[in-house]
Design a protein around this ligand. Structure first.
Ligand SMILES: [Zn+2]
Length: 105
């Protein structure tokens, strides 16, 4: 079964601008308008004021972050990729350690 992508917020463009671009923008806007956690009080009342500028409605903190999110949003796929990369790096480091003879003296 093929997963059907929903246009979400980009439905407002109707039939214009092309499906591919609308899907890309939809992903970004979902992140931008979605729940953001305040780094100071950990509430989710953070709103985007401008590009990279965020404001928390609970503790009234105004701070900088990324353009579309407070912090980088790591998707499940990216997390999987990161862990596999880390494993590769560790295996590489271990194999390098084995090659070099240890000098304790
Ligand atoms: Zn806050």
């Amino acid at each position: 079964m093929v997963e059907i992508k929903k246009l979400g917020s980009t439905k407002r463009f109707g039939a214009r601008y092309g499906a591919r671009l609308k899907h890309i923008l939809s992903k970004i806007e979902k992140e931008q308008k979605g729940r953001q956690i305040c780094p100071y009080c950990h509430s989710d009342k953070v709103r985007r004021i401008a590009v990279g500028i965020w404001h928390c409605g609970r503790c009234d903190a105004k701070f900088t972050g990324k353009a579309y999110s407070v912090r980088k949003v790591v998707t499940a796929e990216e997390a999987e990729q990161e862990t596999t990369d880390e494993k590769k790096d560790r295996l590489k480091a271990e194999s390098e350690e084995k090659e070099e003879p240890e000098n304790d003296e």
